[in-house]
Design a protein around this ligand. Structure first.
Ligand code: ADP
Ligand code: MG
Length: 361
């Protein structure tokens, strides 16, 4: 059974009488990578600073590594066992080695030990041999890896990362992600990472907490957060583009029909007939084809006319008017192969099991 690295209960933080963190209760398991996702200004950085004991909460309880973190004197010892890589780490105009050693020096370690630890940290972030370089000469990605080395040089049990790759190019960002995964696996470091980058959240985290307006409305596995969001706000935030209000008209042992603006959609849900519901499903779960007679096990097949195509990276969101607007995600390549364009007639299909049904709020 896994133990908790961090437990919060009704955590509260006020700035100037404003609740910036509101009634946050959750736990982070020892050894997991826990993602905190939320829009800008939702409280990600504040929550990380509370958990790292840089900020004092206004109320609530906080247990870290089995210790009540809010009793006087606990903070000092706990802070030695944790490290935070902040959103914009400070870089000193000194050597890379000195920049990393800073974290150790105030802990009054002996020189040989500092040297050994810094060398190991440089190695861990792929900067072996960079110690003598002036930190100012590093590229953005290298500088961020140096800052990561500064955080891990003390061998923390919990590593907090505040949007560590926001300002980096995709290759440097991937490199940082790989290092984080390795630190987690090899050193069994508990990692808590905030991000507004959904791909990073999905790729890295074992579990995710969604923070919105200072509250934490959902904590779950990556799959739960992205496919079974509990509110329409979360759904919108995690990229669930197909969202419809409807009424259940029949339900046979969980196989229900939902009336959405006169269109009948098959969904799997325990809710009874007459329940007002919202249907949520991702554009990745909608398949697009050019013939009606295509073989599919999907219960939902509709014809429609392409209304809009919105490119996003290597994909295109194709919005098809089927009486209701349905969004399908296709690759640029298959969009070209299929000859998709505005005004073209096509069919969309999606499985009853791909739909997440929540009761209308
Ligand atoms: P995020 O990291 O998700 O972008 P923050 O935690 O930085 O969000 O901020 C959450 C809210 O708290 C914002 O409205 C921000 O303006 C406010 N805030 C953050 N730090 C302070 C502070 N030191 N004093 C007053 N308000 C703050
Ligand atoms: Mg922030």
């Amino acid at each position: 059974m896994s133990t908790s690295a961090i437990e919060t209960h009704a955590l509260l933080k006020k700035y100037d009488e404003r609740d910036v963190i509101r009634d946050v209760s959750f736990s982070i398991r020892s050894g997991e990578i826990f993602g905190i996702i939320g829009p800008s200004g939702s409280g990600k950085s504040t929550l990380l600073r509370l958990l790292d004991l840089i900020e004092q909460p206004t109320g609530g309880r906080l247990t870290i590594l089995g210790t009540d973190a809010l009793v006087p004197d606990a903070k000092f010892l706990l802070r030695r066992r944790m490290a935070l890589l902040s959103q914009k780490p400070v870089i000193f105009s000194r050597s890379v080695f000195d920049n990393i050693a800073i974290g150790m020096e105030y802990r009054k370690k002996v020189k040989s030990e500092i040297s050994r630890a810094v060398t190991e940290a440089l190695d861990a972030v792929g900067l072996a041999g960079y110690g003598k370089r002036s930190a100012r000469t590093l590229s953005g990605g290298e500088a961020q890896r140096m800052a990561l080395a500064r955080a891990v040089v003390i061998d923390p049990e919990i590593l907090f990362l505040d949007e560590p790759t926001t300002n980096l190019d995709p290759i440097s960002a991937e490199r940082i992600d790989d290092i984080i995964i390795r630190l987690n696996r090899e050193k069994e470091m508990t990692v808590v990472i905030s991000t507004h980058d959904m791909i990073q959240g999905q790729h890295l985290a074992d579990r995710i907490g969604v923070i919105m307006d200072g509250a934490l409305p959902q904590v779950g596995t990556t799959k739960e957060i992205f496919h079974q969001p509990t509110t329409t706000n979360i759904a919108r935030f995690v990229g669930v583009k197909n969202m419809y209000s409807g009424v259940i008209t029949e339900n046979h042992g969980g196989e229900a029909i939902v009336d959405v603006a006169g269109i009948h959609i098959a969904a799997v849900t325990p809710f009874h007939p007459q329940t007002k519901v919202t249907l949520l499903f991702r554009p990745e779960d909608v398949t697009l084809h050019m013939e009606q007679s295509v073989k599919t096990s999907a219960r939902n097949v509709f014809s429609g006319i392409i209304k809009k195509m919105i490119p996003s990276g290597p994909f295109v969101d194709v919005i098809v008017d089927c009486g209701i607007d349905l969004t399908a995600l296709v690759t640029i390549q298959s969009s070209e192969d299929l000859g998709l364009a505005r005004g073209v007639k096509c069919w969309v299909s999606f499985k009853a099991t791909a739909i997440h049904v929540i009761e209308e709020q």
